[in-house]
Design a protein around this ligand. Structure first.
Ligand SMILES: [Cu+2]
Length: 433
């Protein structure tokens, strides 16, 4: 049974808190807290109001408010598999069914190593949980959100056993903390990453016309519609470690497109074995995730809270392909420049331009795999100095030509899939899920 949680009638308010005391471990990082709190204090001292938050007037499961639409009809002894999707643009949700528990078997479509029984599901924006409920407590029940207001405004659905009638009952479950690591095997350890990226998330209170501006390592993704250059560069096949630090008091459902990541640390505690593509990161908390760069192309990373991503909380990863070159033959090219043929014969471009990502090591990195024409076109390489295009002239060194050709040959025959999969994708396109 598929359940989509979704709300309607949005309104803006100043401030307002998302629940997050359900998250375990609850350890906060003191340093992040000081940074975030002092920034907030400074903003309020300047007379700024709290930034806008969004709230809703009505809530639904599968498009119906609680009490409308058909109940879920069950029989005693049945095992019902629920696939729950939080389809909200901004909300974190909870779900409980009085007298029943949920055996969580998959998170974001990935089977968990240790399926475990929980009394409540907590599900961040865009997260998915698959759980089995054993129907062993006959009655007519409300399966709904723990938040009384949201449930009263529709966030629930009736579960009705055969031959049972009467008003649907709600019973608040005992307090419960949500910990992703509950579904991991304690014996699992994560593989060693090849490279680590540090990411700090911060809030500029009410900085964008009353809305909070969000930054990753001090940069807000442009809000004017253009695509920003990628901030993080990946090499296919490598394993990357993201060390995420939340210098704000808000909870963020962090999402990576086109890849699944493994949770490797939650609020300072090591974890392993849980594969997801959205993870809730609590206020002033840290989380670490690893992923293998196995799906070449431009890849968006963002907070799934719409009001956060729309106001800067996004960044791009891209894939680079490196061309080895001896230090003595190092090509004089700078990142951001284009490797291209300036004058195409008969107006026909013979090959696609490639952007130079990095040229500060004994190799250069391109944003696509090498083609044979790259090796031929080396003599057309140009360099931009200031605003002026300067030809570097024919590549005199046979060494460079040979290096490029060998690199192309190696890439062509070691990973034949490259060329067909390397098409950059628009920032909002998402193949997984
Ligand atoms: Cu966020």
């Amino acid at each position: 049974m598929f359940l989509v949680l979704k709300e309607f009638e949005p309104t803006f308010s100043r401030g307002g808190d998302m629940p997050q005391d359900f998250l375990s471990p609850s350890t906060r990082n003191k340093e992040l807290e000081e940074v975030g709190e002092s920034a907030m204090k400074a903003s309020l001292a300047k007379g700024m109001p709290h930034g806008y938050e969004v709230g809703y007037g009505s809530f639904t499961i599968n498009g119906r408010m609680l009490g409308h639409g058909d109940p879920i009809r069950v029989k005693q002894g049945e095992r019902v598999l629920l696939h729950v999707l939080n389809g909200s643009a901004t909300e974190i949700r909870s779900l409980a069914l009085p007298g029943h528990s949920f055996q969580v078997i998959a998170l974001d479509g990935n089977p968990v190593p240790n399926p475990a029984r929980v009394p409540v599901l907590w599900i961040g924006t865009a997260e998915r949980i698959s759980a089995i409920v054993e129907m062993n407590h006959p009655g007519v029940w409300i399966m709904g959100d723990l938040d009384n207001e949201d449930r009263r405004h529709g966030m629930g659905i009736v579960v009705e056993y055969a031959d049972r009638r009467g008003n649907a009952q709600w019973i608040t479950p005992p307090p419960f903390k949500w910990n992703y690591a509950r579904f991991a095997k304690a014996s699992d350890t994560a593989a060693t990453p090849d490279e680590t990226f540090d990411m700090t998330f911060a809030k500029d209170n009410a900085a964008e016309e009353g809305f909070n501006r969000w930054t990753i390592n001090g940069m807000a993704y442009p809000m004017t519609g253009e695509t920003a250059p990628a901030s993080f560069h990946l090499k296919e096949g490598k394993r990357y470690h993201l060390r995420m630090r939340n210098a704000s008091d808000d909870i963020h459902p962090i999402h990576l497109h086109r890849h699944s990541f493994e949770l490797t640390s939650l609020a300072g505690r090591p974890a392993a074995g849980i594969l997801k593509d959205v993870v809730m990161l609590g206020g002033y908390q840290e989380a670490q995730v690893d992923f293998v760069a196995d799906d070449p192309g431009l890849t968006l990373f963002h907070c799934h809270q719409q009001l956060h991503m729309d106001f800067g909380f996004m960044t791009l990863f891209d894939y680079v392909w490196e061309i080895g070159a001896k230090k003595s033959n190092r090509l004089k090219m700078a990142p951001g420049r284009w490797l291209k043929r300036p004058a195409a014969p008969l107006g026909l471009p013979l090959f696609a331009p490639a952007r130079i990502i990095r040229a500060n090591s004994p190799c250069i990195a391109l944003d696509r795999p090498l083609s044979p024409s790259d090796a031929l076109s080396i003599r057309y390489l140009r360099q931009i100095k200031g605003s002026e295009m300067v030809s570097t002239g024919p590549a005199s060194s046979p060494m460079i030509k040979m290096t490029l050709f060998i690199s192309w040959f190696y890439h062509r025959f070691s990973s034949l899939e490259h060329n067909s999969r390397a098409t950059p994708m628009g920032p909002y396109q998402d193949r997984k899920p």
